[in-house]
Design a protein around this ligand. Structure first.
Ligand code: DGL
Length: 272
């Protein structure tokens, strides 16, 4: 048993897709979330910068003595594959989003054609494709970077009827339709916030995989296996940190998690 919080971070609000699932699966756990909203997006930056920012994100969560860190960011998870960011920290349990998403995708595909959409850094790394092939070398992987999706989500262009987002999504997803993938990994944690639009374009026969949700399920399994779940009886508390304006972040949090979260939102500075 361990009553410390679970730490979750992302460049912005995308990691809330992981938090929402964590709250559903583990309602008595405390969660500390960091969204580096002042520096979002990460996915159009160089590997070196992404690593530097991620180290600061992890150092921030480490101060709260968290029992596990979830990298709720496809971009950081992709870069992390070859850069062990946790070496020298006190954090022993952590996970990115790649393997949890890939295991589910490989389990549900029938025609063995999996699409992966992600940020430019994620697609360039090939991390999802390599992970898929480590599970099943016969699966065909179709990758597509979608650099406009993160700014659209951060600015609230997520509604099912939003014409500008629909137009861009049709363009990005046309290759997935041509290739007839039956499973699509929404490889950046922001993208499930566009699930309605993506689902309408892909059709209801295509499985949509949310990496944040899959990472949350994985965290539950790991914590249970390590006997580290909380024994708290009351609902867990949510502490949310952002690095830019609290009011902008709060709007996004409310829109996605609802008005009545059991917690508070604060601004923090990662560089002092
Ligand atoms: N949610 C992040 C991801 O999963 C967004 C990256 C970005 O900031 O570009 O990749």
């Amino acid at each position: 048993m361990n009553n410390s919080a679970i730490g979750v971070f992302d460049s912005g609000i995308g990691g809330l897709t992981c938090v929402k699932e964590l709250v559903k699966l583990l309602p008595n756990e405390n969660i500390i979330y960091l969204g580096d909203t002042a520096r979002v997006p990460y996915g159009t930056r160089s590997k070196e910068i992404i690593i530097e920012y991620s180290k600061q994100d992890i150092a921030f969560l480490e101060k709260y003595n968290v029992k596990m860190v979830l990298i709720a960011c496809g971009t950081v998870s992709s870069v992390l594959v070859s850069n062990p960011l946790f070496e020298g920290t006190s954090i022993s349990a952590y996970s990115g989003v790649i393997m949890p998403a890939v295991h589910t995708a490989c389990a549900v595909t029938k025609n063995k054609k999996i699409g992966v959409i992600g940020t430019p850094a994620t697609i360039k790394s090939g991390a999802y494709g390599k992970a898929i092939h480590s599970v099943n070398a016969d699966i065909r992987v179709v990758g597509k970077s979608c650099p406009m999706f993160v700014p659209l989500v951060e600015n609230g262009y997520t509604g099912r009827d939003c014409e500008v987002t629909k137009m861009i999504a049709r363009e990005y997803l046309s290759v997935m339709k041509q290739e007839e993938v039956d499973t699509l990994i929404m490889g950046c944690t922001h993208y499930p916030m566009l699930k309605d639009i993506i689902g309408d374009i892909m059709g209801d026969k295509v499985n949509l995989i949310s990496p944040g949700e899959e990472a949350a399920k994985y965290a539950k399994t790991v914590l249970a296996y390590n006997d580290q779940l909380s024994d708290r009886q009351e609902p867990g508390h949510l502490e949310l940190y952002c690095t830019d304006s609290v009011s902008m972040f709060s709007e996004n949090v409310e829109a996605f998690l609802g008005k009545n979260i059991n917690g508070e939102i604060y601004k923090c500075n990662l560089t002092v």
